[in-house]
Design a protein around this ligand. Structure first.
Ligand code: MG
Length: 323
């Protein structure tokens, strides 16, 4: 294919994400993208936050940016794109330990399938969260458990995957305490002693699919505010754990969920936050906003065939395999 029609791809690779498999796949990935008509420039991240720098410095030269790494690498990539104000399709080859965001968007976690999904897929507008001066993709949270994903040892994470988080959760369980907060969400006010609080745009957080069937959409311009009051009795604690495991937290009296666009968190003293599983600084007051359709992430096309494209369709019901 002539270079003139080749689309220029920036491939940002974090070689140490997850099980450090990116290097092994590298040649085949580049080769496949090349076959599909892309001119690939690959950059490996060398240090923390490097994906952000690479994208910020070079992003404007390309037609598509593909990120190969964990959710943290994707977050940095998107932050770089947001800083540049670029409207560019983003591909994601998930190689992290939990790949929460990939699961939520139905991006394949098998690397070759993910490559094909980028080649054959289509960009989908998704919302991005603004947290003060920073950006996040799926969760900004405070309270118990929020330090888990960044405090769980990377080696432990690689070996145990999600279990590393649960292991850390069990350790933290014995150190749980309430965090006093005032929260304003689209004009509604809340105040209390919270066990956990977050603004999220994902079904699952830390690998736990706690927000299934609760109207979570990635492109609705709204996020979910989740506030969990501190439990006071062992029975309350047991009920909360039960409801989390059974994905039915909406009915729990300690849990408040709101679909909203603007959230302001206020604390009496600086509160550590986590953004997409990484330390997000300490804040006494911080505003969180959902930026509607701020990025375009390539997802695989649905496998079903629409009726318009089906010439033989004669009104007969067809069996559709549910996934
Ligand atoms: Mg949403």
């Amino acid at each position: 294919m002539a270079d003139a029609v080749r689309r220029k791809m920036l491939l940002v690779v974090n070689p140490v994400s997850g099980k450090k498999l990116a290097k092994q796949y590298m040649m085949r990935m580049v080769n496949r993208f090349d076959q599909a008509g892309y001119s690939v420039t690959a950059c490996c991240t060398q240090i923390d936050k490097n994906a952000y720098e690479i994208v910020k410095n070079r992003g404007k030269e390309f037609d598509i940016i593909v990120c190969c790494g964990g959710d943290g690498t994707l977050k940095e990539t998107i932050c770089g794109i947001m800083q540049l104000g670029l409207d560019i399709p983003i591909g994601y080859l998930p190689m992290g330990s939990t790949n929460d965001f990939a699961h939520s968007l139905n991006i394949p976690t098998d690397v070759y399938k993910a490559v094909e999904a980028i080649i054959n897929g289509e960009p989908k507008p998704v919302d991005i969260g603004r947290f003060g001066d920073e950006y996040y993709m799926y969760v900004a949270g405070f309270g118990n458990f929020t330090a888990i994903s960044y405090s769980a040892n990377q080696k432990v994470k690689n070996v145990l995957g999600k279990n590393a988080y649960y292991l850390q959760a069990v350790k933290e369980f014995f150190h749980m305490k309430p965090f006093h907060a005032r929260v304003e969400a689209d004009g509604e006010f809340f105040e209390g002693d919270y066990f956990y609080g977050a603004v999220s745009n994902s079904y699952s957080v830390g690998g736990m699919p706690v927000l299934h069937n609760m109207g979570v959409e990635f492109d609705d311009g709204r996020s979910e505010l989740v506030l969990v009051e501190m439990f006071k009795t062992p029975a309350q604690m047991a009920a909360l754990a039960h409801d989390m495991i059974h994905q039915s937290v909406a009915g729990n009296k300690l849990v408040t969920i709101r679909h909203c666009k603007h959230v302001k968190f206020m604390f009496d003293e600086p509160m550590p936050f986590t953004l997409d599983g990484e330390f997000g600084g300490e804040h006494t007051e911080v505003e969180v906003e959902t930026l509607e359709h701020a990025a375009r992430i390539i997802i695989q096309k649905p496998e079903w065939v629409s009726l318009e494209d089906e010439p033989d369709f004669e009104g007969a019901p067809k069996e559709v395999e549910e996934k």
